[in-house]
Design a protein around this ligand. Structure first.
Ligand code: ZN
Length: 312
């Protein structure tokens, strides 16, 4: 299977959250773009890895339509995925696409941006997204091109409007959007968005539901970020992976449990003098039945946790 071959392993080793990939919207198990609240459309990404069949369309992506403008988040996992999303948006509205929000650096969330360049939107991302794309973008692009071909992979597009520590507020016309840059957690550039109109929170990959999380930032930081998501007061959320919308508090529970067990059992393994390989074989294995794609991501999560916690 292609996704278990060298390409995918090297992507993972490089820190890519190849949070599964199917040709956007066309993937098996994907229901297309659904209106989850008035003016809010989400495509649920399937619980799969990147493949030529899914064009890396594996993350939850979509748009918010205001009276004056359209905001896209995330733009998709490849140029092909972004083009699919843009076509679906244009079937619903002709209003200008003025904002593309890129939640973080992982390719299944950011490589669709190229499909929106002709709309000349501002491209918003965490203030560290530009540096993260500069460090990894070319490598991600080569791997995507190997998987999908030149025409489908898409360019690396840096943000034009970095979101700093101060909250950024956008007005789509009768609809305000608030953006906040989080401290290092799932990645080092996680951006969280709230649509005031619907009350929906968009925590992107700070929230995985049913699909194994991938840790590419800080384990302790992610647990802190979950507290901050709860403190937002939002009731419903669009996770980065999983159902199109979930009850926020209910959805945080299993992820918090997984990350806490990962932290506790990695600390125990370190205290017992176990090697990293022994830790990978033993830490949090009771979680296996709770998560799709567990064996594809868990070992790397243990590796990350081990490196982070061994210097405590
Ligand atoms: Zn991610």
């Amino acid at each position: 299977m292609l996704q278990y071959g060298t390409t995918r392993r090297t992507l993972l080793q490089a820190g890519i959250c190849l949070c599964g990939c199917l040709a956007a919207g066309r993937a098996a198990g994907s229901a297309g773009l659904a209106e989850v609240a008035p003016g809010v459309f989400v495509r649920r990404g399937p619980d799969e890895d990147a493949s030529s069949a899914n064009a890396n369309g594996i993350a939850n992506i979509g748009c918010i339509i205001g009276d004056d403008a359209v905001l896209v988040t995330d733009p998709g996992g490849s140029l092909a995925d972004g083009q699919w999303l843009r076509t679906e948006i244009r079937r619903r509205t002709e209003r200008p696409i003025r904002h593309v929000v890129v939640s973080h650096v992982h390719p299944d969330h950011c490589f669709g941006t190229g499909a929106f360049l002709d709309d000349a939107p501002e491209i918003l991302g965490h203030h560290r997204l530009g540096a993260a794309l500069a460090a990894r973008g070319d490598y991600y692009q080569r791997q995507l091109t190997e998987l999908l071909g030149d025409a489908a992979a898409g360019p690396v597009v840096p943000p034009t409007r970095p979101v700093g520590e101060e909250e950024t507020v956008l007005d789509l016309g009768g609809r305000r959007i608030r953006l906040a840059a989080y401290a290092t957690a799932h990645s080092d550039c996680d951006l969280v968005m709230l649509d005031e109109g619907s009350g929906l929170l968009f925590p992107a990959d700070l929230l995985f539901v049913g699909r194994a999380p991938s840790l590419d930032g800080s384990l302790s930081g992610w647990l802190t970020a979950l507290d901050r998501l709860r403190a937002s007061g939002a009731v419903r959320a669009v996770p980065g992976h999983g159902p199109a919308t979930v009850e926020l508090d209910q959805a945080i529970g299993p992820l918090e449990r997984y990350l806490t067990i990962l932290q506790d059992e990695t600390r125990s393994a370190l205290a017992a003098g176990r090697t990293m390989e022994e830790a990978i074989a033993t830490v949090a294995t009771a979680e296996r039945d709770h998560w799709a794609l567990f064996d594809d991501y868990h070992g790397r999560n243990v590796t990350q946790a081990y490196k982070e916690l061994e210097w405590e």
